[in-house]
Design a protein around this ligand. Structure first.
Ligand code: FES
Length: 108
């Protein structure tokens, strides 16, 4: 049987254990990566605000954006783009994949 999930993929866990609104982190190539279930879709981005070195985990998520709890910058989950000041640089994003009910993250 071929393995559709790439060798660079990191397993996050079972999709059923990560309902809408869920947030968690995994380590990909030594980088802390935030995984978010927003409206049934999984998004993954580096767990560091680009304004200062502050984790995005636990930030409020709405309208497809996560808010940094430190100074309120918002980042678009799908693109990593900074949408509000004080951040201007995008956050690196990662690919997500659900295979047989298991969520994986891999570098883009
Ligand atoms: S550290 Fe995130 S907005 Fe300042």
């Amino acid at each position: 049987m071929s393995d559709p999930v790439g060798t660079q993929s990191t397993e996050v866990g079972l999709a059923q254990d990560m309902p809408e609104g869920w947030q968690g982190t995994v380590t990909v190539d030594g980088v802390d990566v935030l995984v978010v279930n927003f409206e049934g879709q999984f998004y993954a981005l580096r767990n560091n605000c680009t304004h200062k070195d502050f984790p995005l985990l636990g930030g409020d998520v709405s309208m497809g954006r996560i808010t940094c709890e430190k100074h309120g910058a918002k980042f678009e989950l799908a693109t990593g783009k900074a949408k509000t000041l004080p951040a201007v640089k995008a956050v690196k994003i990662y690919a997500t994949q659900v295979e047989d009910g298991v969520v994986y993250v891999s570098p883009l």
